[in-house]
Design a protein around this ligand. Sequence first.
Ligand code: NAD
Ligand code: UDP
Ligand code: UDP
Length: 315
Amino acid sequence: MHLAPRILVTGGAGFIGSFLCERLLDQGAEVLCVDNFFTGRRSNVAHLMPNPRFELMRHDVTFPLFVEVDEIYNLACPASPVHYQFDPVQTTKTSVHGAINVLGLAKRTKAKILQASTSEVYGDPEIHPQREEYWGNVNPIGPRSCYDEGKRCAETLFFDYHRQHGTEIKVARIFNTYGPRMHPNDGRVVSNFIMQALRGEDITLYGDGQQTRSFCYVDDLVEGLIRLMNTAPEVTGPINLGNPGEFTIRELAELVIELTGSKSSLVHKPLPQDDPRQRQPDISRARETLGWEPTLRLRDGLEKTIAYFRQLTNA
Ligand code: NAD
Ligand code: UDP
Ligand code: UDP
């Protein structure tokens, strides 16, 4: 007999997944972390290994998985453009075949299941800020499509399993999230800028740096995911989770330089194809449904993240 809920976290050895596993263990759950270590690392969860309620399994979610669980958080998928474009076919398979497998698992075990979807389903948005009702502006055939369309199709599968099989689903649309344990070579903007600043290298602004993003600290995001999982069965989402504080990429670079005390200079590099011009979540739905909003300002979250990368580079 199991008293503690048995929770599967796919992609649990990744950046967000490792914080989620940690928080679920703190709450008394049994956690099964499944990861193929494409962008995740054992070291992200090494500190959880001594906990008898934690189990780590190497597995690729594009293949079926037979385990007995009560809840599933489906996070498996590379999130950085550099990594998801490395093997785009595998990226789509991870989102689509991965979703089919975990949904099949949820259907059989009657587990409730949460999908880590993304603000990328809005593409290069024509509506600002983005509300959940907006259907998005995604290029179906560009270099980002493997990620964007894979995640959109996963949302479709979640809602069809819900309608067709009564599976209890929760869909979170996550906006740019950052924090410690991002891989130093992750390629996303926050880790790039901090590593460049700490090493005294040029800070690479893609394009004119006037494009915007809204950055959420990982602890805030994980709190939102857990609150969403614990909502009543009729709450399916999609629900935006992100920090509405919007910054240009140039402002982010200047803030990182200030907080690190770096002498790095800003240089311009070509803007990648289909790079969204602006992105800011409307989180009214999360506020109303989950009583949730981010608590950490960008400046404070960056300080924590810089401290992590500093200790990593000195090691
Ligand atoms: P990450 O790359 O650190 O984590 C992804 C994890 O999934 C890694 O541990 C990786 O090894 C694993 N993985 C990839 N393919 C797999 C497969 N086929 N089978 C099993 N495991 C596989 O990225 P993250 O930032 O922690 O993102 C976690 C999830 O949140 C992803 O689904 C991502 O799309 C979503 N998300 C993240 C952000 C963000 O800003 N960090 C924004 C929107 C959505
Ligand atoms: N599946 C899985 N684990 C389970 C149950 C199903 O990995 O515990 C996989 C199964 O192999 C299938 C997919 O999930 O490929 C979808 O399952 P579903 O029952 O919805 O469809 P079917 O098996 O009828 O194609
Ligand atoms: N970016 C940048 N320099 C970098 C990495 C990224 O200017 O070294 C820009 C990128 O072009 C985009 C923004 O920062 O406009 C966020 O990029 P990231 O890859 O972090 O996430 P996403 O584009 O998926 O939001």
